[in-house]
Design a protein around this ligand. Sequence first.
Ligand SMILES: [Zn+2]
Length: 108
Amino acid sequence: MKERSRTPQTKKIARERLAVLFSLAQAIFSTHPALSSRYVEIARRIAMRQRIRIDREFRRQFCRHCSSFLVPGRTSRVRVHGGNVVVTCLGCKKKRRYPVGRDADNGQ
Ligand SMILES: [Zn+2]
């Protein structure tokens, strides 16, 4: 299967697909939230197959446990606690913590 190969070209295409899938997930969430999570699943599968990291801006938009597309107030609850941003997935109730003030897109 051609899709199985991993070259710089396929990785580049995969990254573009991730961006498209996450923007689709965002766009369709208000009407079809379940479909948003489906896009997340597809995006994660592509990333895994190509062994690429999902960009920071996208990584916080889904639950790593159940692949729900996370929208604050809808599918996630966001709280600041002890210098951390605590994001609770309302789908599986798992929590993730991020240090406050690391939202800037400046690498790791
Ligand atoms: Zn979840």
